[in-house]
Design a protein around this ligand. Structure first.
Ligand SMILES: Nc1ncnc2c1ncn2[C@@H]1O[C@H](COP(=O)(O)OP(=O)(O)OP(=O)(O)O)[C@@H](O)[C@H]1O
Length: 363
């Protein structure tokens, strides 16, 4: 009699609650589970502070793997992370954008290097502790859905994935809420049940991103002039990277009417400010686009669009100008659309795709 083949899955373990519970669920479901942790970043003297891969996090992941009786490996990808992820972060600021490095990390490191490593080990899937879901539709296509716990939903950062990646991905905790995941951690007796949530970028080590830029890419920080739309000089800025669109505080200019950052003129190194009315934009232009199904659903479609990870979805019409370029027309003017961030298109729970915001316009 043929014995059923046990199917292998590599779990990306960070030492946190979510990926630990993901590993435990897969072990419980009978998969052949291998734990892998990525060493992404370390800075001399700050090893204990960097959120990812601190000695503490590594020990935690190792203890969870031991508790579950699964093999555990650490993969050193620090050079690639520095070049691709931190490099893109610095380049983004140099171009006057506000980049989201987690998206580059997901695309190139987790679903690049790590997925390849998993497949070459004979695994069929890479599993992570993201709050999102993957289902197959009646045509066999893989759909990416929001996590059931909408307050924790991480589908935004997975909008860089395509069919090939989704085919080889399992998201075991996407069906649970965070409190349920913590209960599961306790049920499985995992030493991580009470570990706190991580927030900021993993390589910042609690440091402000501006200080990080000053240390790693001082050339990005070039002081210049603050002007209004008419080009009148109102003050001086410390470097465009220090400001974000919509910012009001910290401009250091005294006027009777509150002024906001409404634009950055990279070529001339000018920070453009204006009254609140200047902030609302109806249209954003974005490229290149990742369509989850490989192509857009239509030449033009209605969607709910998120303009950053923590933003609420807003009603809009997405116009596909070329398969790699879209304009998004919002029903209402939107404040704080920030070039460099990602626009992600949803229809209810389904992620249709996402694209980097390049610019904004009134129409
Ligand atoms: N250093 C790492 N090595 C391997 N996988 C990682 C690493 N950091 C994050 N991941 C994977 O990516 C998922 C999402 O990462 P995120 O930064 O949101 O999680 P976290 O808060 O650090 O930890 P967790 O999700 O495990 O509680 C994790 O659940 C884990 O599967």
């Amino acid at each position: 009699m043929e014995t059923p083949r046990i199917r292998k899955v590599v779990v990306a373990m960070s030492g946190g609650v979510d990926s630990s519970v993901a590993a435990a669920l897969l072990v419980e479901q009978g998969y052949d589970v291998v734990g892998m942790m990525l060493r992404l970043w370390s800075e001399p003297g700050k090893e204990d502070l960097n959120r990812c891969c601190t000695p503490d996090a590594m020990m935690m992941a190792r203890r969870v793997a031991a508790k579950l009786g699964i093999p555990f490996y650490v993969i050193d990808v620090r050079e690639k992370f520095r070049e691709w992820v931190v490099g893109a972060f610095i380049q983004g600021y140099m171009a006057g954008m506000t980049p989201n490095p987690c998206l580059v990390c997901n695309r190139r490191i987790r679903w690049g290097v790590l997925l390849q490593q998993a497949l070459s080990l004979g695994a069929e899937w890479l599993a992570t502790g993201h709050y999102a879901r993957i289902i197959q539709d009646e045509r066999g296509q893989f759909l990416l859905l929001r996590g059931l716990d909408t307050s924790k939903d991480q589908s935004y950062v997975l909008s860089v994935l395509g069919q090939e990646e989704l085919r080889h991905t399992l998201l075991p905790i996407g069906e649970f809420t965070k409190p349920q995941v913590r209960d599961l951690a306790r049920k499985f007796g995992l030493p991580v049940a009470e570990r706190s949530e991580s927030q900021d970028l993993c390589f910042l080590a609690g440091e402000d991103y501006r200080d990080f830029l000053m240390r790693h890419a001082p050339e990005v920080i070039r002081p210049g002039l603050i002007v209004n739309r008419r080009g009148e000089v109102l003050g001086e800025h410390k470097g465009l990277a220090f400001y974000t669109i919509g910012q009001r505080k910290g401009l250091g200019i005294a006027t009777s009417q509150p002024l906001y950052v409404v634009d950055k003129d990279i070529r001339q190194n000018l920070l453009v400010v204006g009254p609140q009315e200047d902030l609302g934009k109806r249209v954003l232009h974005a490229a290149p686009v990742n369509w989850i199904l490989g192509e857009p659903p239509a030449e033009q479609f209605r969607a709910q669009v998120k303009i950053r990870y923590t933003a609420s979805p807003l009603d809009a019409t997405v116009v596909v100008e070329t398969p790699q370029q879209v304009r998004v027309e919002f029903d209402q003017p939107v404040r704080d659309i920030t070039p460099g961030q990602r626009a992600v298109f949803y229809q209810d729970d389904i992620v249709l795709g996402g694209s980097m915001i390049i610019s904004t316009s009134m129409r």
